[in-house]
Design a protein around this ligand. Structure first.
Ligand code: SF4
Ligand code: SF4
Length: 471
């Protein structure tokens, strides 16, 4: 077989047939230790995903991404649009972390943690197995005419799929508008909130389309992370891999024949049972090597281990291994690339922690009232300003005061005392009066402090214009 022949599998993808139409996959239900652990982890992650918008910490939603109101909660901690730099840095850390993790462990995220895989493989696919049976029964049902059995099975499956999609759409909405708002809409009745109901219906249809039809194509065609594998992985990365040295030996793979001396004939341990192909949810043959479609779901490891047990060979013909491990027996190396990712990650996390510690509870802005000139007396100059105070915490602040730090002078707040409720914003007007003798230029830079009692909690700066000739 020439190298070109060996690469023929790259000319097509398992989900598209020769005519260019959709090839609907019917992967066999995996059974094995990895599937068991993935199931356990998926229940944990599903519980987290569904409950996160309904968990409150000090009355604050655990995770909230209200883009319209510009309100974000991460682990119950409120963030404001003013903290956007922290969000950007966190996202960058997330990206570097994924790159770092992928360089070491391949697409482990896709197989074990990604919500798409979890919902598809651990929820929708399991319901499908329950209603339509395993691979062989599903293929048979697919081929048969639309008789009562097929209409009933498909009908029940699609109704359940749509209900589940509707539930997912509701949870999804709770992340964006807040669970309190969502529960209020439910309590007041959907007919009183038709626009929300329509939006939910549309989102449910999108989820239904993804989980009932589009499925693994999200990972193969749509997901940008999948496309990056070619540059993120190298021969040192640990991925789900077929040990071609052991599987092919000197004369390739071959089916088991009774009484045959496989060793003498140079056959490897692969008995060409194709179980690894039948369980694959993306329709590939792992024996062709690492491929873009592989989401590292481990189903082929479980399938092959089961076959190895049956024929009395050692497990691990398909296993977590790097190319270097299979080709040269080398163990994972902490090479220069991984070291540099580690340094970048440590630096970024340190920067984020420092910024989080430096982040003040209250953010103050003081700006001159547009169009207003200073006023003077014989001895003083006065300017009018507007101020904005944002309370980023879940605590109330009563009786806040603003004082000049940079020089002597007086700040007079118009109206009552400044009180700030939790996660609120206050705007108002202040007069700043400074004695002429304390001014040295026509535009003095002022530093203003926001105090709670004697405690300084935030500082801000502004300019103070005054007549050119002061004295
Ligand atoms: S090749 Fe194996 S690990 Fe990769 S997607 Fe298929 S079954 Fe999962
Ligand atoms: S399951 Fe294992 S033995 Fe069977 S074809 Fe795949 S790699 Fe070969």
């Amino acid at each position: 077989m020439t190298n070109q022949d060996k690469e023929v599998f790259r000319d097509s993808i398992g989900t598209i047939n020769d005519a260019g139409g959709r090839n609907f996959l019917h992967p066999k239900k995996p059974v094995g230790i990895f599937y068991k652990y993935r199931t356990l982890l998926s229940w944990l992650l599903l519980t987290l995903l569904i409950s996160a918008p309904f968990i409150k910490i000090k009355g604050n939603q655990f995770l909230l991404f209200d883009v319209v109101k510009g309100k974000y909660n991460i682990f119950g901690q409120p963030f404001w649009p003013q903290d956007f730099y922290l969000l950007v840095l966190s996202l960058l850390i997330g990206i570097v972390f994924i790159i770092f993790f992928t360089a070491i462990f391949g697409r482990i995220f896709c197989g074990w943690i990604c919500p798409q895989t979890i919902f598809l493989e651990m929820v929708f696919r399991k319901i499908e197995y329950l209603i339509e049976g395993d691979r062989t029964k599903q293929i048979k049902l697919e081929k048969q005419a639309w008789n009562t059995e097929k209409i009933l099975k498909k009908g029940i499956k699609w109704i359940i799929f749509y209900i589940l999609s509707f539930v997912i759409a509701n949870v999804f909405l709770a992340y964006f508008i807040g669970s309190d708002e969502l529960l209020k809409y439910i309590h007041e009745g959907p007919l009183n909130h038709i626009n929300i109901l329509v939006k939910l219906g549309v989102f449910s249809l999108i989820f239904f389309f993804i989980f009932a039809w589009f499925r693994e194509q999200v990972c193969i065609i749509a997901c940008p992370y999948g496309r990056l594998q070619g540059v993120l992985l190298d021969n040192n990365s640990v991925v789900v891999a077929y040990d071609y040295k052991r599987g092919e030996s000197t004369n390739g793979r071959s089916k088991i024949r009774k009484g045959e001396d496989r060793e003498a004939k140079g056959y490897g341990d692969c008995i060409d049972c194709k179980q690894c192909v039948q369980v694959c949810p993306t329709g590939i043959d792992i024996r062709n090597g690492t491929q873009l479609e592989c989401i590292n779901c481990t189903a082929c490891i479980d399938a092959c281990d089961a076959m190895m047990d049956k024929v009395g060979y050692d497990r691990g013909l398909v296993r977590y291994a790097s190319e270097n491990n299979i080709a040269r027996g080398e163990n994972f190396k902490f090479d220069a690339r991984i070291k540099s990712y580690t340094v970048v990650l440590i630096l970024m996390v340190t920067a984020l922690i420092t910024l989080l510690f430096l982040r003040s509870d209250i953010e103050a802005t003081v700006l001159r009232l547009p169009g207003q000139m200073f006023t003077t007396t014989d001895t003083t100059v006065t300017n009018v300003y507007t101020f904005t105070l944002i309370n980023k915490t879940v605590n109330d602040f009563d009786d806040l005061q603003m004082k000049l730090i940079s020089q002597p002078g007086e700040i007079k707040v118009i109206g009552t005392k400044i009180s700030l409720k939790r996660e609120s914003l206050k705007e108002g007007t202040i007069f700043i009066t400074i004695a002429k003798k304390d001014l040295t230029s026509s535009k003095t830079k002022l530093k203003i402090g926001v105090y709670k009692g004697d405690k300084l909690i935030e500082t801000t700066t502004t300019n103070f214009p005054s007549p050119l000739i002061l004295k």
